[in-house]
Design a protein around this ligand. Structure first.
Ligand SMILES: *[C@@H]1O[C@H](CO)[C@@H](O)[C@H](O)[C@H]1NC(C)=O
Ligand SMILES: *[C@@H]1O[C@H](CO)[C@@H](O)[C@H](O)[C@H]1NC(C)=O
Ligand SMILES: *[C@@H]1O[C@H](CO)[C@@H](O)[C@H](O)[C@H]1NC(C)=O
Length: 369
């Protein structure tokens, strides 16, 4: 679309990109050149030598701004005292030096600053309430002149075409925006320069302005407004819900199986441990039996007091946890196992154990270690 317009604009941008002055770093009180104030080509952003909180005053120094255009202006530190927003009937110019009363129809205005122009008497009828920004309170600033957006179908209109540099995934491209002073629901045809009825969704179009929705698709038909909320079908909610629920259940089931495996391993270990303990207990009992038999066969019928103590000790030891150490060192991997009653089994040598075993008990078996 509009290749004739596209070429010179690209050229212009290429030429302009060279002597680009980095504007906006002079702080309050520093000198500036008022002639440097201009709109940046391509983006049409206002440029000045002064920083975001100051403007270039007529005496060529940066002075504090006297008004702001935005609710949350850019470049101010947190909790800074902001200049006021202008009241109804006033506007804050691009320089943001001070509030000025709105301009009468036909007066010069700053680029695209529809809000600088005074509304028409029938502003309620002419104002654009669609949110597309076609006019402000029924006024438009076209080619830097305040006008009312009041032209009806078939009557001559004023058009302003602006080429913006836009940035997309494929790099820079030119976006041409065409504005006119037709009433809402009409657009200013660039060739015939008369107001034409806008087109409904699905009709053929060449530019956004031709569509009532202000969205001419690449396919050349009017599409829905770009700010239309995307509606998804009920089935999407169902699928998402099922996926969430399925994910939760799947996680639970997966964890169950993982933990079951661990549990089985742990149980197997305990079982092994128990078997070892049992075998060890049998051994001890056998040893005890052998010892008793050998004592008996060696002499002193009736037994000495020492052997009674020894026997009692052995009987108690069967219930104690002492034998565990011996068995634990074999294969159950529970060497430093902490038993249920909280007592920790330590790793003593067999000799040590045997030596201690010959001592008479000092207290309950469990307290000895
Ligand atoms: C320049 O003008 C501004 C605003 O008009 C004023 O506040 C400031 O004092 C002036 N500076 C000098 C150096 O005259
Ligand atoms: C719109 O313009 C009319 C006429 O100038 C004015 O009385 C009214 O206050 C304006 N409304 C707004 C919201 O600026
Ligand atoms: C339409 O607006 C223009 C200014 O843009 C004004 O001169 C003219 O009188 C208005 N026409 C009507 C019918 O209101």
């Amino acid at each position: 679309m509009l290749p004739a317009l596209l070429l010179p604009t690209t050229l212009l941008i290429a030429l302009w990109a060279g002597p680009l002055v980095l504007a906006g770093d002079a702080s309050f009180g520093k000198s500036c050149n008022p002639d440097h104030q201009k709109l940046q080509e391509g983006t049409y952003q206002f440029q000045t030598d002064c920083d975001a909180m100051t403007f270039c005053a007529a005496n060529a120094t940066c002075a504090h701004r006297g008004c702001r255009s935005d609710e949350f202006p850019f470049g101010y530190p947190q909790n800074a005292k902001l200049p006021p927003k202008c009241d109804k009937g006033f506007f804050c110019p691009d320089e943001q030096d001070q509030c000025q009363p709105v301009l009468a129809v036909g007066s010069p205005c700053q680029f695209n600053r529809d809000d600088e122009c005074e509304g028409p008497p029938n502003f309620k009828e002419l104002a654009d309430t669609s949110g597309l920004g076609l006019n402000v309170n029924g006024s438009v600033c076209l080619n830097n002149i305040c006008m009312w957006a009041n032209v009806t179908v078939g009557l001559p209109c004023v058009v302003q075409n602006t080429a913006y540099t836009a940035y997309g995934p494929d790099g820079e491209f030119i976006d041409i925006v065409s504005r006119g002073n037709c009433r809402v629901g009409l657009y200013c045809d660039a060739q015939q320069l008369v107001c034409v009825q806008t087109k409904a969704i699905g009709e053929n179009c060449d530019a956004d302005k031709e569509c009532a929705t202000y969205n001419c698709l690449d396919s050349g038909v009017c599409g829905a407004r770009t700010d239309t909320p995307r509606q998804v079908g009920k089935w999407v909610y169902v699928v998402v819900g099922v996926c969430i629920f399925g994910g939760m259940v799947g996680t639970l089931v997966g964890l169950y199986f993982i933990h079951r495996k661990d549990r089985m391993q742990e149980r197997e270990k305990r079982l092994q441990y128990w078997r070892e303990q049992n075998a060890f207990r049998q051994n001890i009992m056998q040893m005890q039996e052998t010892a008793r038999n050998s004592l008996m066969s060696f002499g002193t019928p009736g037994g000495s007091p020492r052997s009674t103590v020894y026997g009692r000790d052995q009987v108690q030891s069967e219930d104690s946890q002492v034998p565990m150490l011996h068995a634990a060192s074999k294969s159950s991997a529970l060497r430093y196992y902490v038993s249920d009653d909280g007592s920790q089994i330590d790793d003593r040598s067999d000799e040590d154990l045997m030596m201690r075993r010959r001592d008479p008990p000092q207290g309950p078996p469990g307290d000895r270690f």
